[in-house]
Design a protein. Structure first.
Length: 121
């Protein structure tokens, strides 16, 4: 059965001075816009990265009327996260960008959307 894997890069963080910065005011607005864009999506789960900026992006985005919450406990996200980190690097390079892969469990997934920031316009 085919599924869609939504890869989201964290929203804009506050500076580079802090080793694990949270989101800037602009980043919080980006996360809300992203949540609005994904309001109709019903994900099986959300797997935020370990950094504070990723967790904040997931929390704010999921609070934007989407009806979903950030968690780490779904089989699809666990399977995807077992791949080497380098497989996911550069699939989303702009802040709060969205990359969508159609994935049927085989290798590789088909690219549906790449580094899309249309929701930030």
């Amino acid at each position: 059965m085919a599924a869609r894997l939504y890869l989201v890069r964290h929203a804009e963080a506050v500076g580079q001075e802090d080793i694990d910065p949270g989101l800037s005011d602009r980043g919080r607005a980006q996360a809300q816009a992203l949540g609005g864009r994904l309001a109709s999506v019903r994900p099986a789960g959300i797997l935020p990265g370990p950094r504070r900026r990723a967790a904040e992006t997931a929390r704010i985005g999921s609070g934007s009327g989407t009806g979903w919450t950030a968690s780490r406990s779904t089989s699809a996200t666990r399977r995807a996260s077992t791949h080497p980190t380098w497989r996911w690097l550069r699939l989303a390079s702009a802040n709060a960008s969205l990359t969508i892969l159609r994935w049927d469990g085989g290798e590789p997934g088909a690219l549906v959307s790449f580094d899309d920031t249309g929701h930030l316009a």
